[in-house]
Design a protein around this ligand. Sequence first.
Ligand code: NDP
Length: 246
Amino acid sequence: MENNIKDKVIVITGASSGLGEATAKYLAAKGAIVVLGARRESKLKSIVAEISILGGTAIYELTDVTNKAEVKRLVDKAVSTYGRLDVMINNAGIMPIAPMSETRTDEWDSIIDINIKGVLYGIAAALPFFEKQQSGHFINMGSVAGVKVFSPGGTVYSGAKFAVRAISEGLRQEVGKSIRTTTIEPGSVDSELKLGTSHSESAKYVNEFYKQAIPAESVARAIAFAIEQPADVDINEIVVRPTMQD
Ligand code: NDP
């Protein structure tokens, strides 16, 4: 049966694991053409191979989202290969958490560079194509931590996710007449994200918190729901959390 996802050209950052990988596989299984960006080539290669074996269409481009030229190259590759861009999923992110009193300024820099500036670079790369086409869809990865501050230790991460939500809404207000904008706000989801915390007390807390995590495909289904709506329907925000989560 035809669906509103089939043949759409969809760029996904942070597609080498977790939510990005699950979303790439889920959308490809529904007939989307997926263009994957991340830094780990071996992971990207095997995901592309897996999608291809199952009859889907996928390519990848090595991309560090802190580098605006690389993000532009990823998006340009999608357009030059397939002649179009339908959806830009700004998903790449990290979550090293620690109390503010630790003043881990290098981690703060990385959170801001990847989780905020990475999203902005994705917007900058895709927006000119969307404006030219007079259509397109941004899906930005927020978090429940962007709705309610994630404490203890998640202050900077939450700040970044609040920023993603604000940027998505501002973008919608500016270009939303023809371009759709969705913020996805997951609770705890099983992925490699929890491994990024090196502060030992915070890591214990994260491990406990992630015992209730739901599979990454739960978020992929939410993303597919936003994409498959008819063009005149814009799903602006989806919160998807484990039923057990506070
Ligand atoms: P993972 O750690 O499994 O995936 C993170 C992805 O981001 C990887 O593909 C990684 O690829 C990529 N990435 C990290 N840094 C960069 C970079 N500098 N440039 C390009 N890609 C990068 O975690 P998740 O799948 O869970 O996280 C995906 C998104 O979902 C994040 O934005 C996260 O904040 C958000 N989220 C996750 C939740 C969860 O509970 N899992 C809950 C709420 C939101 P590589 O290392 O190969 O570059």
